[in-house]
Design a protein around this ligand. Structure first.
Ligand code: FMN
Length: 388
């Protein structure tokens, strides 16, 4: 039996309509945030939607895509297209991954496990955050044969760091994504106005609270003395950044590919390549860290030019549509990570919600590729775009 194309989701929706059914959630992922705002509790909604400071970087991320336009080609003979991609040697259904998003239990009790199931089913990788609501082992179990990467918030404690890496390896996470831009939380007015930081009630700390190296320094188990456990966690999570030399420690304890997430400057990208790092994620954390920073998409072309032949360059911050994926890949990204849209899907519909959002995006990706006249993502070059 041949697998239907990703765009088949559209046919499925229209066919369902003949029985009077409509999708439970919007199919336009650029409006799902407004839809979620009406339906979610304000604290988790703003935890997802919020950005640093005035929101200038977040807006810039979205607006940057609008300045690039695709110039479609006709009679290109692409009905037999393949929207798949190869990232770090692994073939995936489309050049799309779910971005690491912390503390998903505030969105839905199934949290990261729902995302693990949906991504495995759809053939795209997931990136699990260090600050997950379910342990990395539980998420691995839900992900089964899926492709999973582990995102490291680099703990200021070498024993805990080494323990996380060993656990991730044992649980089948095939690549490590080290996030560099969040060694302290940015100034996030929505969360500040709500005085809302879920970690301070112990949420999102499943990996720490089940970790032998973390618990070894506690007199009582975290469930028995939450304050003491939080007192150990907080300085481990925040307040100290690392330097390039420290990457040797990560390399020593992780024998798979490493990607650095949060790169925006060409010189940082070159330094990563010089250090032998396998990949980077050109990202500004969805505008959640440095207010007034450049749009992530505006950082991409020069970085690809500088290091694209030496390492895998991935991209995130602002992807909302299939055309956004086409544009980012045309500008040199190997694949993109998507954050907020499926987080709203999770909050509003658990596994079904995540699956709907991801199927909508993948269908739109397939259609954007095909209708612009391309048989595969490998064919895309910057000259398929026009800059306005
Ligand atoms: C609610 C939320 C939580 C996030 N948590 C993490 C995290 O734990 N680790 C991380 O590296 N990035 C985290 N990010 C950033 C995402 O990985 C990604 O860079 C960003 O969401 C991309 O922008 P987009 O939301 O516009 O797609 C988070 C983003 C959001 C919205």
């Amino acid at each position: 039996m041949t697998t239907p194309p990703l765009s088949f989701y559209a046919s499925e929706i229209y066919l369902q309509g003949m029985s009077g059914n409509r999708p439970a959630l919007p199919t336009d992922l650029s409006v799902i945030e407004a839809y979620a705002k009406e339906r979610m509790e304000p604290e988790p909604f703003w935890y997802a939607a919020g950005a640093a400071g005035s929101g200038a970087t977040h807006r810039a991320n979205l607006e940057a895509f609008d300045r690039w336009r695709i110039v479609p080609r006709m009679l290109a003979g692409v009905s037999g297209r393949d929207p798949g991609a190869t990232v770090l040697g692994t073939t995936i259904a489309a050049p799309v991954l779910t971005a690491p998003v912390g503390v998903q239990g505030i969105m839905h009790p199934d949290g990261e496990r729902a995302v693990a199931r949906a991504t495995a089913e759809l053939g795209i990788p997931m990136v699990l955050s260090t600050v997950s609501s379910h342990t990395l082992e539980e998420v691995a179990e839900a992900n089964g044969d899926g492709v999973r990467w582990f995102q490291l918030y680099w703990p200021n404690d070498d024993d805990v760091c080494a323990s996380f890496l060993a656990r991730a390896k044992a649980a089948g996470y095939s690549a490590l994504v080290v996030t560099l831009d969040t060694w302290m939380l940015g100034w996030r007015p929505h969360d500040l106005d709500n005085a809302y930081l879920p970690f301070l009630t112990g949420k999102g700390l499943a990996n720490y609270f089940t970790d032998p190296a973390f618990c070894a320094a506690l007199e009582k188990a975290p469930e028995e003395d939450l304050q003491a456990a939080l007192g150990r966690w907080l300085p481990m999570f925040t307040g100290k950044d690392h330097t390039w030399e420290h990457l040797a420690f990560i390399r020593e304890h992780w024998d798979g590919p490493i990607l650095l997430k949060g790169i925006q400057h060409v010189e940082d990208a070159k330094q990563a390549a010089d250090a032998g790092i396998e990949g980077i994620v050109v990202s500004n954390h969805g505008g959640r860290q440095v207010d007034g920073a450049i749009a992530s998409l505006d950082a991409l072309p020069a970085i690809v030019e500088a290091v694209g032949d030496r390492m895998e360059v991935l991209f995130d911050s602002g992807i909302r549509t299939g055309s956004d994926v086409v544009k980012a890949v045309a500008l040199g990204a190997k694949a993109v990570l998507v954050g907020r849209p499926w987080v709203y899907g999770l909050a509003l519909g658990g596994y079904d919600g995540v699956r709907h959002v991801l199927r909508s995006l993948l269908a739109d990706v397939d259609l954007a590729l095909a209708l612009s006249g391309h048989a595969g993502f490998g064919d895309l070059r910057p000259d398929i775009l026009q800059h306005r």
